[in-house]
Design a protein around this ligand. Structure first.
Ligand SMILES: *[C@@H]1O[C@H](CO)[C@@H](O)[C@H](O)[C@H]1NC(C)=O
Ligand SMILES: *[C@@H]1O[C@H](CO)[C@@H](O)[C@H](O)[C@H]1NC(C)=O
Ligand SMILES: *[C@@H]1O[C@H](CO)[C@@H](O)[C@H](O)[C@H]1NC(C)=O
Length: 312
């Protein structure tokens, strides 16, 4: 009798342990006993492709502690816009965080978090799409450069929680919007300080706005090493450096759990232009490997890591 009791005890113990491990596994993969709660599409082949590119410890945002860059990264980054007479990077960064929040914005991953993000590009395929309500239903709505909402709400939505800019593309921001600086040179970091203080920098390789309307307490700065990581891991070193749109999508993969992508690519009749002007983009991608980036974005969609909305 005693032996049977003991066997029974062990069986119950082992069953509990197996069940606990199972629950832990299910939770950590955002599935709960096959009832998926977030980002449910990716299969195992997709996750292998993804994990070859995605580095969860990549430095995403710059802060006072993590700013140091190795020699290679620094020179790669510095060569992007061939900056001459640059200030001392370390000294500029030390001053930066006297002005801006020095914290790990949004990097609060947890199995129970399900943050949805819309990355809204500036393609003419947004016109007539009527995506506005769908875009606004996301937790974060990330736009880039000058892409406006006023006058285009039905197609692109009202809200902007994050706007990714650099000095040459800066516009006034709404009160609730995070300014996300994509720096390509040390002067861009100095410009960021200047627009909130002395307002004296109005020239980079072209005229730039010496001040913009933005909330200083919501400023985020992408890490130079993040740009290099996107270039190496995601662009596979193709082109000179990744485009703002491509960097924004990878940023979303790092701070969001579900990513929807709008306003990339051409219109249905293969016209390339912005939704807000007639400026023909042609197929000239400048320093960016547009075709390669588009193939990676298509693959992210196909593997159900993001959802791509093609527009009209
Ligand atoms: C991921 O990023 C970290 C931090 O930058 C780096 O040390 C590490 O080597 C990277 N891992 C891979 C596989 O590239
Ligand atoms: C920087 O210099 C390199 C080599 O001299 C050149 O290929 C590249 O186009 C330049 N980039 C810019 C942004 O001027
Ligand atoms: C930049 O400033 C830092 C800290 O003040 C100093 O240690 C470093 O040597 C300087 N670098 C250059 C290239 O002057």
């Amino acid at each position: 009798m005693k032996i049977i009791n003991r066997i029974f005890h062990y069986v119950v113990m082992s069953a509990s342990i197996v069940l606990c491990l199972l629950l832990l596994y299910q939770t950590s993969s955002r599935h709960f006993l096959n009832f998926c709660i977030c980002n449910c599409g990716m299969d195992s082949e997709g996750s292998q492709w993804f994990s070859q590119r995605y580095n969860s410890s990549a430095r995403v945002l710059l802060n006072r502690q993590n700013h140091a860059v190795d020699f290679n990264t620094f020179w790669w980054w510095r060569s992007l816009q061939n900056e001459s007479n640059a200030a001392n990077y370390t000294k500029v960064v030390e001053v930066l965080f006297d002005h801006f929040p020095d914290k790990r914005h949004h990097l609060d991953h947890s199995p129970s978090r399900c943050r949805s993000c819309a990355v809204v590009g500036n393609s003419g395929n947004m016109l007539g799409s009527q995506y506005g309500a769908l875009i606004d239903s996301n937790d974060f709505i990330m736009r880039m450069n000058e892409g406006p909402t006023v006058g285009y709400e039905r197609d692109v939505g009202h809200k902007t929680t994050h706007r990714i800019i650099y000095p040459e593309s800066a516009v006034d921001l709404e009160d609730q919007t995070h300014l996300v600086l994509l720096p390509f040179k040390i002067l861009d970091l100095q410009w960021l300080i200047s627009i909130f203080t002395t307002k004296h920098i109005d020239q980079t390789y072209m005229h730039v706005r010496p001040s913009i309307k933005a909330d200083k307490s919501k400023v985020m700065i992408l890490h130079p090493a993040f740009i290099k990581y996107v270039f190496e891991s995601w662009s596979q070193n193709v082109g000179n450096y990744p485009s703002t749109g491509f960097i924004s999508i990878i940023l979303a993969l790092h701070i969001c759990d579900e990513v929807s992508v709008f306003g990339f690519g051409s219109t249905h009749d293969r016209v390339w232009h912005h939704y807000f002007d007639d400026f023909g983009l042609g197929s000239n991608d400048g320093p960016h490997a547009g075709d390669f980036e588009r193939s990676v974005i298509a693959e992210l969609h196909q593997r159900r890591i993001i959802t791509m909305y093609k527009g009209w």
